[in-house]
Design a protein around this ligand. Structure first.
Ligand code: GDP
Length: 297
């Protein structure tokens, strides 16, 4: 994760720290290199530009340049701005503090890792939050999508809604809610249908399901490997449905990290979780300060 960016930044900052005194020109040159490194990591251009402007403004101040360890101070400023760009300190928590069942609606394009992530979250909610979970697949488009969730449910020992062939998504959502209430379920996870692209039919379905399910969380699952496309998909969804957060999958294979770095700044939505592998426990709360620490080494 973030390997290339991390290597590049380490080089720039080692050189800055290695020098005793710094002047404004030194800082500006270093920031030019940081800008290139961000763009090479596929960070959205306006995000990179704002980031550099914010760091430069703080770093060229006299109390930084005249301090005993100016290089160190600049790195600290970069770290703080990176944390801010990623959404502020600490992980954005799941909002489960509503009258049960708390509904988590999972949305996203086909192949993004939505069903796998639903099962990962079901497991996490059961094991880490100690809550009773139920999962239901509303995907009536893709053959065997509902069966896939049932199989994953067995693997993580989280109940899934029995499949009734021929039922439409909104009706499945209603049945899932009723079942969750009857069984005193704390958290109901709804795995909605994906599509190859964002289209009107998909958005209409998401809105209809959201109207029935009144979710506490609407989590968009996107593939971090798709870079800026992931950010664009998030923007499209967020224009139509009230997203409360994003889950970035395949972070384990993402050496560049552009989606993770731009998501919050472009969409205003927090990344709540990162998928870090195919195994059903390969999910982490996305913590901006920890991620910034990982990038800056
Ligand atoms: P869906 O169509 O969005 O429901 O996608 P699936 O949940 O079926 O996932 C598609 C593929 O991506 C599966 O082979 C998953 O194992 C894999 N996958 C999902 N999340 C991750 C992740 O975080 N890392 C990796 N390496 N693979 C993942």
């Amino acid at each position: 994760m973030f390997d290339t960016l991390s290597d590049r930044l380490t080089g720039v900052f080692d050189r800055l720290r290695g020098r005793g005194a710094l002047n404004e020109q030194d800082v500006r040159e270093a920031m030019r290199e940081v800008r290139v490194a961000l763009l090479e990591a596929d960070v959205a251009l306006p995000v990179a530009r704002d980031f550099i402007a914010a760091v430069t403004e703080k770093a060229v101040g006299q109390n930084v340049l005249r301090s005993v360890t100016p290089g160190q101070q600049v790195v600290k400023i970069v770290n703080d701005e990176l944390v801010a760009m990623l959404g502020g300190e600490g992980a954005a928590p799941l909002n489960l503090d509503v009258r049960p069942p708390a509904v988590i609606m999972m949305v996203g394009l086909q192949g993004s890792g939505k069903t796998t992530t639903t099962a990962k979250l079901g497991k996490l909610i059961k094991e880490k939050h100690g809550k009773k979970a139920l999962m239901a697949s509303l995907d009536v488009n893709r053959p065997a999508a509902q069966e896939q969730l049932a199989v994953l449910g067995e693997q993580v020992s989280v109940a899934t809604l029995p499949i009734v062939q021929g039922q439409q998504p909104v009706d499945i959502a209603r049945r899932a809610l009723e079942s969750a209430k009857l069984q005193a379920v704390d958290v109901l996870l709804l795995d909605t249908a994906g599509r190859l692209h964002v289209d009107e039919a998909l958005m209409a379905e998401m809105k209809a399901v959201a109207a029935v399910a009144t979710p506490a969380e609407v989590l968009l699952v996107v593939d971090s490997l798709t870079g800026q496309d992931a950010v664009n998909v998030a923007q499209s969804f967020s224009d139509e449905v009230p997203l409360t957060g994003v889950v970035l999958t395949r972070m384990d294979g993402d050496a560049r990290g552009g989606a993770a770095l731009s998501m919050r700044a472009v969409t205003g939505k927090p990344i709540k979780f990162a998928g870090t592998g195919e195994k059903l426990d390969a999910i982490e709360a996305f913590s901006p300060d920890r991620v910034a620490g990982r990038i800056l080494g």
